[in-house]
Structures are given as structure tokens and as C-alpha cells.
Design a protein around this ligand. Structure first.
Ligand SMILES: Cc1cc2nc3c(=O)[nH]c(=O)nc-3n(C[C@H](O)[C@H](O)[C@H](O)COP(=O)(O)OP(=O)(O)OC[C@H]3O[C@@H](n4cnc5c(N)ncnc54)[C@H](O)[C@@H]3O)c2cc1C
Ligand SMILES: NC(=O)c1ccc[n+]([C@@H]2O[C@H](COP(=O)([O-])OP(=O)(O)OC[C@H]3O[C@@H](n4cnc5c(N)ncnc54)[C@H](OP(=O)(O)O)[C@@H]3O)[C@@H](O)[C@H]2O)c1
Length: 452
């Protein structure tokens, strides 16, 4: 009988490989299943898994030094905000550097994950075969299942123009000489709006809510590298950053954009170094929300009406787990209750990697979560007693609801530095609990050895 449980990881995007590296280093036997022929997920332009949202000109919007893994810096020849091809190459190099490529089963999609009666998981793969593991790490990404406007706007079925979701957007040649509406105020809308504005006849940016648009640089440094000490109460940090943005960017209504109905830090950050310029140059015209589509026209909430050839819905994504039965694990309206965004309250042997939407980059968070899961699988971390765990989940959800604008995009928010700090603290507390319990394994190793 093995002395450590076996594990399966679903996905070898940046989160899956971060978790895989942690298990590899800590001697947890695992297999990582990846639908594509390569690692990198979203960052592989034209990924053959059909799940990547990357467009030709995509650059990261979290800076290189915030995004890189702690023990594998990005090449210093990279710019502050590298292109997607550089990011994909970086993830590829990470796997080779730490030597676990042979643990990844490429071109192998997990079709179904079934929980066994005595615990453990049976995975059905796309070749029809099934394999069993003691534990399951879910790293299938949460930016690949498009969320269209709900409900869709009246007239969308008979609209004469083209309608697409940001997820399907690849290159701005589709906008050449056309009248374009970009809907949304998130980062997809910013990037795609800017790209459209260089080639389209007219570009409209429609939004149902305003946003504080953060530039990529402040005081000559990438904006996410400004000091963020988690020991300073959030409200004080918020006040400082809010003031800085107001001073730096000014009032969004001066650009014709809607007045934000919230303060900075109460919505997922919208980062763009270029959108305000393009608006000021007259290349993008702000509009309120779409009211309806009407033949070759779009009518907006202020009653204005424009001829439109293309509408791009930059309306976000759904959290989806197609391989779980809905009654086992699902995220209706993007809601899913987990302890510190990782541990399932009802099942001790399933974990979620990078199911967070940070004010900051996802990768270092996935890295720490992977190490934390490895601690747990090896019996070196014990969860808090159940009442405390449930109370913690409730507390987190209440705090998120209180702080953030009510929207399906704000259900898994974390502050980068605060989250990392809190996880470190919790890992220490759980290590002490594990010691007191005699380093008992919470997931019994009783299923077959891993074969790759
Ligand atoms: C346009 C865009 C830009 C972004 N920019 C940034 C940024 O600058 N900084 C940042 O931190 N985040 C950014 N994000 C967020 C993005 O989610 C992360 O950058 C990152 O891709 C998350 O990695 P992941 O591994 O969790 O998911 P993904 O990159 O989506 O990878 C998931 C992997 O799982 C595999 N998979 C899924 N289902 C299965 C299955 N059933 N069986 C086998 N394999 C499966 C997929 O093939 C894929 O390789 C951006 C998102 C978008 C859409
Ligand atoms: N360059 C980059 O690095 C880059 C580029 C693109 C995306 N990303 C990342 O990818 C993730 C997804 O970003 P995203 O911009 O695609 O999605 P998002 O952040 O979820 O933003 C969706 C936007 O659509 C609006 N919206 C949703 N439903 C609507 C409706 N029915 N009518 C009108 N407006 C509606 C939302 O408004 P409400 O706020 O009112 O809900 C919001 O403004 C984020 O993590 C983002 O940072 C990064």
C-alpha cells in the first residue's frame, strides 16, 4: 500500500502546471490530464483545445514581476507586460525546468469525474478508458465558457450584423471599415475596443456601469507594483489608491464615460493604458447600455440609435465544470463555496486551483495553492474543525458581497497580497493542527498507483 495518496490534475494551464510542480517536488504521485497538445491554456494563441481567449495582440495586464512564479523568473529581456507568445513560452520552459513533462497526459480530455463511494475519484477519459485516483485537483480554468448578456437584447435574433463574444475574437481585421459596438467595461472590452478603433469606421463602447480605469503605469512603475501592505487595513489602502487614480485619470465622465457607482477596489480592476487616449482622440465613442438591436441598427439606453455592423459582447465568463455531475459540483451564477477558494466543504479529496479572480496575477496564487494542497495530501496540514471552516466560508462570502458591486463577475474575488498572506498564516496554523493529530493522512491512499 502506498504511503501517499495518488492525485489527478485536470488541466495543464498555468494553474495546473503550478500545482503539478508542487506535487512533483513533494513526492505525491500524480497524473495531469490536458486536453491540448501543449501546456499554457489560455496563453496559447489558437490553442487546439478551442478554449483560449487569446487574440493576436494580447499582452498581459498584470506586470511580469507580479505574474512570474516565485522560483522561476521570467527572462529579464521580457518587457514589463509581455506578449502572449512570450507568456506561453515561459510556461513551457517552466515545465521543462522543473522536469515533470512526463507526468502530463497531453491530448487527453477528462470527460467525467465520478466520486467513489468510499472516497476517491474515477475519471473517464475521452478515449473511453477510466482511471482511479485518491484525490482530484481541478485546474480547468474559468475564462473559457462565454457568458452572453442575460437575457440577450431584444432583436438579437433578427439583427442584420455580426455578433460575437470576446472569447471568439482573434484579430482586428474583422472590424476593418465597419461600425462596431463593444459592450462591457472589463479588460476584454478595453483591449478589443482599442484594437477596433484603429481600423473600424466607428467604434462605440457601450456599458451598463462605469469603471475606474487604471493606467498600466503610475509614477513610472507598473501600477500593480505600487506598495500594497496587507497589514494596512483595506479601507485605508483603498482611500489612497482611489485618490491616486482620481488625480491621475480624472473623472471618467470627462471622457463621456458613465460615472462609476462604486469606489476603486469594489469591482474587478479595469486596466488600460490606451482606451482613454482613443476616446480623447475621438476614435471611440462611449455609449450607455444597449437597449435593443433592430435590423442594421443598435438602440442604446439614452434613445440614440446607430448603424452597426458588428457587436462584440465582452460580458465575461461562466465558471463551468463539464466533467462533474451538476448535483455534485457546480457554480450557478458563478457561485461556489470553498474554504479559502481551494477546499470543498463536503468532500475531503477534491481541490480547486486558481478559482480566484485576484486584484493581481493568478499564477503566484496557483503556486501557493499547489503547495498548500501538497501539504494537505501529505498530512502536513490539517483543516480547521468543521464549524470553524463553515464559519470562515460564510465570513468570506459576506465580506465579498458587502465590498463588491453585485455582479456575476464578483463571486471569487481576492486581493493578491492579502490572500497570499492569509494562506501562509493558515498553512502555519494547519501545520500545528496536523502535528497535534500525529500527521494523519486526511485522504487515505487506497487506490491504484499512478501510471503515465
Ligand atoms: C483575454 C484574457 C487575458 C488575461 N490576462 C491575464 C493577465 O494578464 N494576468 C492574469 O493573472 N490573468 C489573466 N487572465 C486570467 C486567466 O484565467 C489566467 O491568465 C490563466 O490563463 C489561468 O490559468 P488556468 O490554468 O487556471 O486556466 P487556463 O489557462 O484556461 O487553462 C486550463 C487548462 O485546462 C485544460 N482543460 C480544461 N478542461 C479540461 C478537461 N476536461 N480535460 C483536460 N484538460 C482540460 C485546458 O485545455 C487548458 O489547458 C486573462 C484571461 C483572459 C481571458
Ligand atoms: N490584457 C489582459 O490581460 C486581459 C484582457 C482581457 C481580459 N482579461 C481578464 O479576463 C477576465 C475576464 O475579463 P472580461 O473583460 O472578459 O469579463 P469581465 O471582467 O467579467 O467583464 C464583463 C463586463 O461586461 C459587463 N456585462 C456583463 N453582462 C452584461 C450585460 N448583460 N449588459 C451589459 N454589460 C454586461 C460587466 O458589467 P458589470 O460590472 O455591471 O457586471 C463588465 O463590465 C478578467 O480576469 C480580466 O482581467 C485580461
Amino acid at each position: 500500500m502506498a504511503s501517499v495518496p495518488t492525485a489527478a490534475i485536470i488541466g495543464a494551464g498555468s494553474s495546473g502546471i503550478a500545482a503539478a510542480k508542487a506535487l512533483h517536488e513533494r513526492g505525491v504521485p500524480f497524473a495531469c490530464f490536458e486536453a491540448s497538445d501543449r501546456v499554457g491554456g489560455n496563453w496559447v494563441f489558437g490553442n487546439r483545445n478551442g478554449m483560449s481567449a487569446a487574440y493576436r495582440q494580447l499582452h498581459i495586464n498584470t506586470s511580469r514581476e507580479r505574474m512570474e512564479f516565485s522560483d522561476f523568473p521570467m527572462p529579464r529581456t521580457y518587457p514589463d507586460y509581455p506578449h502572449h507568445a512570450q507568456i506561453a513560452a515561459y510556461f513551457d520552459a517552466y515545465v521543462d525546468h522543473f522536469g515533470f513533462r512526463d507526468r502530463i497526459r497531453f491530448e487527453t480530455r477528462v470527460e467525467h469525474a465520478r466520486r467513489l463511494e468510499r472516497g476517491g475519484w474515477e475519471l473517464t477519459l475521452d478515449d473511453g478508458s477510466a482511471e482511479r485516483f485518491d484525490a482530484l485537483l481541478v485546474a480547468n480554468g474559468h475564462h473559457w465558457d462565454p457568458r452572453w448578456p442575460e437575457p440577450m437584447f431584444p432583436g438579437h435574433e433578427s439583427f442584420a450584423g455580426e455578433q460575437l463574444h470576446a472569447h471568439a475574437y482573434r484579430d482586428n481585421d474583422i472590424f476593418a471599415g465597419r461600425d462596431v459596438v463593444i459592450l462591457g467595461m472589463g479588460n476584454s472590452a478595453m483591449d478589443i475596443g482599442v484594437e477596433a478603433s484603429y481600423v473600424a469606421r466607428r467604434t462605440f463602447l457601450a456599458a451598463r456601469r462605469g469603471a475606474w480605469i487604471i493606467p498600466k503605469y503610475m509614477f513610472g512603475r507598473p501600477v500593480d507594483q505600487l506598495p500594497q501592505d496587507p497589514r494596512i487595513p483595506f479601507r485605508i489602502r483603498q482611500r489612497v489608491i482611489h485618490t491616486l487614480i482620481r488625480l491621475h485619470v480624472g473623472d471618467p465622465t470627462r471622457y463621456g464615460l458613465p460615472k462609476p457607482d462604486h469606489r476603486f477596489g469594489e469591482a474587478h480592476p479595469t486596466v488600460s493604458g490606451r482606451i482613454l487616449d482613443r476616446i480623447q482622440h475621438g476614435a471611440i465613442t462611449p455609449k450607455p447600455n444597449i437597449r435593443r438591436l433592430d435590423g442594421e441598427h443598435v438602440e442604446f439606453d439614452d434613445g440614440t440609435r446607430e448603424h452597426v455592423d458588428v457587436v462584440v459582447y465582452c460580458t465575461g465568463y461562466k465558471i463551468s465544470f463539464p466533467f462533474f455531475d451538476d448535483d455534485l459540483v457546480s457554480a450557478p451564477d458563478n457561485r461556489i463555496e470553498l474554504f479559502r477558494r481551494v477546499f470543498h466543504p463536503e468532500m475531503e479529496d477534491v481541490f480547486f486551483v486558481a478559482l480566484v479572480q485576484p486584484l493581481g496575477a493568478i499564477m503566484p496564487i496557483a503556486e501557493v495553492q499547489g503547495q498548500w494542497i501538497a501539504d494537505y495530501l501529505k498530512g502536513e496540514y490539517a483543516l480547521p474543525p468543521r464549524p470553524a471552516l463553515l464559519e470562515d466560508i460564510e465570513h468570506e462570502l459576506t465580506a465579498m458581497r458587502r465590498r463588491y458591486v453585485a455582479s456575476k463577475r464578483h463571486t471569487i474575488q481576492v486581493d493578491f497580497d492579502d490572500y497570499l498572506h492569509a494562506v501562509e498564516k493558515e498553512r502555519r496554523a494547519g501545520a500545528e493542527r496536523a502535528r497535534r493529530q500525529g500527521f494523519r493522512l486526511p485522504v487515505a491512499p487506497h487506490l491504484a498507483e499512478v501510471s503515465v
